[in-house]
Each structure stands twice: as C-alpha cells, then as structure tokens.
Ligand binder design. Structure first.
Ligand code: AHR
Length: 631
C-alpha cells in the first residue's frame, strides 16, 4: 500500500467520535448520579419502595406518608409521631439502588429536609455492611423549628462494602416531618457535593469525546407524552425537580428494574456541565411532540405543538443566553454565568412517518428564524434498512436538514459488509450522525447480546469505514453507554459498573482508540482497504503532531504482513508507535475481575527511514493503530 502524506483531504470534525448518554441500565439514577438513597423523597409510584420500616413496638400510623397539595412537584413527605423513642427503636432502612457501595475511610454526606411540628427530635444515621453490622454512624443535635429546613451531617465508613445499606433512626418526643433523605460519597467528580461518580466520568473523559448526546434515547419520547423528558423540570433546586417513572422501568428484564425512576438529580444543567468538564460539545435531543411509536404512539396535535417548540427555543436561551434573558438567567442562578456554547439541537428520537416530518418542519422554521447558527439533528429512525428509513431519509434530505441521525444495532457480519456504506452518500446533502449503533452478538445460550471481542473487532472494521467518510460522517456514538451489572434492560453496553467497580468492554477500547487518535485531516491509501483478505483500514493526518495515523483491522484467522510506502514526506521517524488490541478468542470479554483482558497494548516498531517504508505485521483478529511521525 501507499500513503501520500502531502495529499491531505477533508478536515475531520472535532466532534467525530462522541458518546451517547441515556438513563438506561441504571446509567444515571443508581449509576453516574452518585446519590445512594433510592426513593429519597417517597415519590416513587409505590411510596415505600426502597425503604423498610423498623419499629421496636408497632403503633399503627406512627410513620405515615403525607401529601401536600401546595408542592405538586414533590408532594409526599414522611410524618413521624415520636413517643420518647430511643435510637434503634423507630426508623427506616434504605436498600440503595442495588445496595450501596461504601468505601473504607471515605466520608459520606448525609442530608435531610425536616420540620419539628411539636416537641423535639433527633436523627441518627448508620451505614450498614452486608451483614447488617454498623460501619459508620452519626447523630444530630436536638432538632426544633416548625419551618422546613435542611440538616447536613458527615459520617465515615469503616469498611469497604459492595452492597451496604443506610439506617436512619428517629428519637424524641413530638411530631417530626422529613423529606429528601440523601446520602452521597464525597469522592465525586471534581469533589462536587451531590455530584457524579468520579470513576464513571473519568472513563468518559479518557475517551476525549467530541460530543455528548443526552438525555437519550427512548426516554426522550416516553411511553406516552406525559412520560416524555421535559428539560425544564430537571433544573433548579433538587427538591423541586419532579420525578417520573423511567421509560426503562421494566419488570421482566434479565435484571428487572421495576424500581427505575428519574429523579433528575442529573438534569440538563448537570449534563451541560459534564459536557464542558470533559471537553465535549453538548448535543441535547428533545421530544418533537411524539411519544414512542413502539409504545403508545401518542401525538400532540399540530395546533398544540407550540409549547414543545418553545422548549427548544428556551433551551437554546438557557444554554447560550445572557443574564438578561429569562432562561439565561436561570443558568446564571445555577452558578454558570458563562454560556455553554450550544451548537446542535436534536429534534425527535427514532420518530418516523409524515407526522414526524410535519412536526420537524415547524421546529426547523422556529429554530432557524431565531437561531440560524444552530445545527438541527433529525432522526432517520431505528433502522438502516427498509422502506421506513428510505422514505424518511428522502424527506429529511428534501427539507435540507443539517444533520441526519442514523441508528444501527446490527450483527458483526452486517458491520463488515457495510464498511463502504457511506462511500456513496451525497456529499452536498445533510451531514451524517451515526448516533446509536453497536455490534450485536449473542452469548453461548443465545439469549443475550454480549460485549465480546467478536463484537468489538467488527466495530473497529466498521469505524474504519466511518473514518474514511469523515467528510460526510461528522459525528458518531456507540449506544448504550453504561450498564449496572445488577440492573439492566439492554445489552451490549460500552461500560459496565457495579456499586464500586468499573470496566470498559473491548468495544470501549475500540471507541477510545479512534477518539484519541482522531487526527485532523483525511489521508488516503492508494486503494480502498475494505474487506479484501479480511482487512479494513483507514488513515488520517494529525496536523498538531505531524503524524500519519493508520488504523487497521485484520478480521481474518491468519496473520498477515503488508508493506506501506510513505510518499510526500522528506523524512519519517525511526520508530512508529503501535497500539494494538488482539486475542485469538473471539468470545473474550472484560469483567470486574479482568478489567483489561482485551485492551490496547503499546509498543514501538522500526521504520525503514531510508526507503520510507513501514511493515504492518498484523496478527489474526487484531485491531492496530500506528502513528508515524513525518518531518
Ligand atoms: O440505546 C438503547 C435504545 O435504542 C435507545 O433508547 C433508542 O433510541 C434505541 O432504540
């Protein structure tokens, strides 16, 4: 093969390799949002979900859930009658999402809203290990005051526990009301109080993603319109963020999640902040006036679409407006005077049919009139095949939408066969966002999709095709992003966690290999390498480091060698950097115990500087990234 380093092609968008975040598989609540208390405000559909009541002597009605109509966003609270109880006699135990992960020596922030309507009261908090032994505790002062107020206390865990719990005891005499019972670790991302799990954010930051798409996925659409994601209800004080049932609240999954709700502790402000923290462009997707067409298919009538469109306009103002604008002011109040520099907005997720097109037209007109610089992302449906996709694609092109979002959950063979898919796309038409995709391969039992090397290897081949077409494919993201080992609805997923641990799948490392070796411009081999002898390759130029980057997948079962001649360079470096993933075992997977069983291994290879040649020595079933410096 030959590469001419002087023939730089199109610029690769800085957004090219990004991440897709959805609160699925306990991704947000029970996942990256570090709150340990499940159902902290008793607002779940069953108010006692997650809580166990503890009485030394049972008195009917001593602890009651009450409802205040003046707080429609958070109506329920717990009312407790105290009859001189002592610590350990009357209280609650919270089970956490799938237990609570506790770390030895780490401080935990406990908080609670309370009012003492009569008498005096004390609150005692205990961290429990999996044998119910107390491994951390703290008691409050004597509490009083009939107005709602917040109590905050710290306690330290003496043990590391994978599935701990929290007990809270009430003592004293009189009447005590409580709400928003919360426990957070203090080792959150950037040490933010009430923040995110640092290990999960770090995995994202390590990918150096070009964008982060949020908040989904199907949760944008909802089962029905009531259940759709409404960003305005996810900002401002926590206790005013009205929770809803998660669209992924599923009783009959492999790991059932009938207790899956969205508390919105991770809301739109936090998503924007996360994007900023990890250097990714924010890419919010909004409901277009249509609920999930696989569920209810509920639609808002066209004449009633205004509030939905207004939500989009207001979101742009929230992200980019100054303190004089209504929604910009809300952002400033939340502690972010600088704009978030929103450039993209998605309208609809996996919606289709003429109903989608007519709603999208209305959004497009309103957004472009007020904010012509904002790029609109439109969904071309759930599938890359069939009439529905073709029709939608045609309509979206006709309306000259900025970016089309394609989704493809496909088999390894489909991915191999489609590495040239984008070669023939119209270069003058909309840009492409391959917004949700993954290789789906079954486990031995054939009942679930797994994140094995076969999946990741086929993804690496497909990604060489995306990269070769980076002039038209401007964004892409694997989906879904996160999954909790004890609570998931969808596999495969990029990153897996339990309450204490995290690991990236082989697919994660493939994604990371592309995003951290993005380069700035396309280069070309003298011939397209896309399937001949099971080889798939792409090459780019990095203007910052003056390097040629070659990515090559050998999907075959034999090792091969190829010579690459480098033209258009005065001198090339003596050593090329090589980062390679490979194993003979296509079923190999990573796990908590073997987190990097399939991960890149770095080395250096000699380059023939005189003849400007590099030998690619490619083991069977390998994915390799070479960086060659050019002087
Ligand atoms: O990624 C999981 C789901 O797949 C998303 O929520 C949806 O958009 C798609 O069908």
């Amino acid at each position: 093969f030959t590469i001419d380093a002087s023939k730089k092609g199109a610029e690769i968008a800085p957004t090219m390799w990004g991440v897709f975040f959805e609160d699925i598989n306990l991704g947000a609540d029970g996942g990256i949002y570090a709150e340990l208390v499940k159902n902290r405000s008793f607002e779940f559909f069953k108010p006692w979900m997650g809580w166990e009541r503890k009485h030394k002597t049972f008195i009917e009605g001593q602890m009651q859930i009450k409802n205040r109509p003046d707080k429609p966003s958070n109506p329920r609270y717990l009312s407790i009658q105290l009859n001189n109880e002592k610590k350990g006699e009357l209280g609650l135990v919270n089970e956490g999402f799938r237990g609570m992960g506790l770390k030895k020596g780490l401080t935990y922030d406990f908080s609670i809203l309370y009012r003492v309507k009569k008498g005096n009261a004390q609150v005692h908090v205990e961290l429990l290990n999996d044998k119910k032994a107390v491994v951390g505790q703290i008691s409050s002062r004597s509490l009083s005051g009939s107005e709602w107020q917040k109590l905050e206390m710290n306690l330290v865990s003496a043990e590391t526990v994978l599935k701990g719990k929290m007990a809270i005891w009430f003592s004293g005499e009189g009447e005590l009301d409580v709400d928003m019972i919360s426990l957070f670790p203090t080792d959150t991302w950037k040490g933010r109080k009430g923040g995110m799990r640092a290990d999960m954010v770090q995995m994202l930051a390590d990918m150096k993603p070009g964008f982060i798409r949020f908040p989904g996925g199907c949760i944008v659409e909802g089962f029905d319109l009531d259940n759709r994601y409404q960003w305005k209800k996810t900002i401002g004080p926590l206790e005013e963020r009205q929770l809803i049932m998660n669209r992924w609240n599923i009783e009959f999954a492999h790991r059932p999640t009938p207790d899956y709700f969205q508390t919105f502790g991770l809301g739109f402000f936090e998503y924007f902040q996360l994007a900023e923290d990890i250097g990714a462009e924010p890419l919010p997707i909004l409901n277009c006036g249509m609920a999930c067409q696989f569920n209810s298919g509920e639609l808002v009538a066209l004449e009633d679409l205004d509030p939905y469109v207004q939500d989009a306009l207001d979101l742009i103002e929230f992200a980019n407006g100054d303190a004089n604008s209504t929604w910009g002011r809300e952002r400033v109040k939340m502690g972010h005077p600088e704009p978030f520099n929103l450039k993209f907005i998605g309208v609809g997720n996996e919606n289709w049919g003429p109903q989608y097109i007519e709603r999208l037209e209305i959004f497009k007109k309103a957004i472009k009139e007020k904010y012509p610089e904002i790029q609109i992302v439109a969904s071309s449906g759930t599938s890359t095949e069939g009439d529905r996709f073709e029709l939608l694609d045609k309509e979206l092109r006709k309306m000259n939408i900025d970016i089309i979002d394609e989704h493809a959950y496909k088999s390894p063979s489909w991915l191999y066969e489609n590495t040239s898919r984008y070669d023939s796309y119209d270069r003058k038409g909309p840009q492409i966002f391959v917004g949700e995709w993954a290789s789906h391969t079954k486990n031995k039992g054939g009942d679930i999709n797994v994140n094995n090397w076969l999946a990741a290897l086929s993804e690496s081949a497909f990604m060489t095709g995306l990269e070769r077409n980076a002039d038209i494919v401007r964004l892409t993201s694997y989906a879904p992003l996160f999954a909790h080992e004890d609570g998931w609805q969808w596999t495969p997923d990029l990153i897996w966690v339990d309450n204490l641990n995290i690991y990236g799948t082989p697919s994660y490392y493939v994604q990371k290999q592309f995003s951290t070796n993005r380069g700035t411009h396309l280069l070309q081999f003298d011939q397209k390498i896309s399937g001949q002898d099971s080889l798939y390759a792409s090459t780019v130029w990095d203007e910052q480091t003056k390097e040629i980057i070659i990515k090559v997948t050998n999907a075959g079962s034999s090792a091969v060698q190829h010579e690459v001649n480098i033209l258009g360079a005065k001198k090339i470096g003596e050593k090329a950097k090589l980062s390679r993933m490979f194993t003979d075992d296509l079923e190999a997977m990573n796990s908590v115990k073997e987190a990097e069983k399939v991960a890149p291994v770095a080395s250096e290879v000699a380059v023939d500087t005189k003849r400007k040649k590099l030998i690619l020595s490619l083991p069977a079933r390998s994915f390799s990234v070479y960086r060659i410096s050019v002087k």
